[in-house]
Ligand binder design. Structure first.
Ligand code: OAD
Length: 242
């Protein structure tokens, strides 16, 4: 990777690094992105199933889709992009990660200081008592019943049309405000709030580095656009920050 000496110096001396990741970072692990051509399940798009309305109308169908995704993700492993960010966290105490991904692959690669802003597919929440608990895919095949109050459980993920958790969002905004370097990795920018985080960071003076195979809704805020696969670019880029 060719970087100017000015940039290299900037990367070494900057404080508070934030990474904002989307489905593209897990693409090389074999997890289909939302808007890529493999994002379809049967004839449905994610946007048709990941909604409170779809769950109310046909919880069985929505669960069938989630169980398919849970099983698929369970067979996948973190890739070099996830590991590069986990290494950055280990070496820099001022690094934080915000992910839109519900696949849990960042945690499995060793990242701990992470905000899963859209939830986690391996956690469930009761639609009645709101209790959350880790899911057990094998049991869920037979039962989607809350162990506490016996009502219907749902995946503990954010659906289209739902509000963000206020506490998570406030923490994300404050990280965006104070970061000097922001990586935006593998996200299309189709969802408004994550793009807002990039905008807030940029307005507060952050240097925004985007890594994506294609330009995205974030690109207007990018100071450096690195076109290519996250799993190839990040392992080369991260040593400049350590
Ligand atoms: P998308 O599926 O919308 O976008 C994936 C992005 O990853 C695209 O911009 C691709 O160009 C890029 N990409 C694909 N392979 C890549 C690779 N190997 N390296 C780098 N980039 C790559 O996924 P998100 O932007 O994450 O929300 O979608 C955001 C949200 O929309 C999701 O969290 C989910 C979805 O609906 C909710 O469920 C609320």
């Amino acid at each position: 990777m060719q970087l100017s000496t000015v940039l290299i110096e900037k990367f070494k001396t900057s404080k508070n690094i934030l990474a904002l990741t989307g489905a593209g970072i897990s693409a090389e692990s074999g997890v289909p992105t939302f808007r890529g051509k493999e994002g379809l399940w049967k004839e449905y798009r994610a946007e048709e199933l990941a909604t409170p309305h779809a769950f109310k109308r046909d919880p069985k169908l929505v669960w069938e889709w989630y169980l398919w995704r849970i099983e698929l993700i369970s067979t996948k492993s973190p890739n070099p992009a996830h590991f590069a960010l986990a290494e950055l966290e280990m070496k820099r105490s001022d690094f934080h990660l915000i992910t839109q991904n519900v696949d849990g692959l960042h945690k499995r690669s060793g990242s701990e200081k992470i905000i899963e802003i859209h939830g986690n597919i391996f956690r469930n929440r009761c639609t009645n008592c709101n209790r959350t608990f880790d899911s057990d895919p094998s049991k869920l095949k037979n039962s989607t019943e809350c162990p506490n109050c016996k009502n219907l459980v749902r995946p503990d993920v954010l659906w289209f049309g739902e509000s963000y958790d206020t506490d998570l969002l406030n923490r994300a905004v404050s990280l965006a405000e104070r970061s000097e370097i922001v990586f935006v990795i593998g996200s299309s920018g189709a969802v408004g709030i994550p793009v807002e985080l990039a905008r807030i960071a940029k307005e507060n003076g952050a240097f925004v580095i985007e890594i994506n195979i294609d330009p995205s809704g974030y690109s207007r805020y990018s100071d450096l656009f690195l076109q290519g696969k996250a799993g190839e670019i990040l392992p080369e880029l991260i040593p400049y920050f350590i």
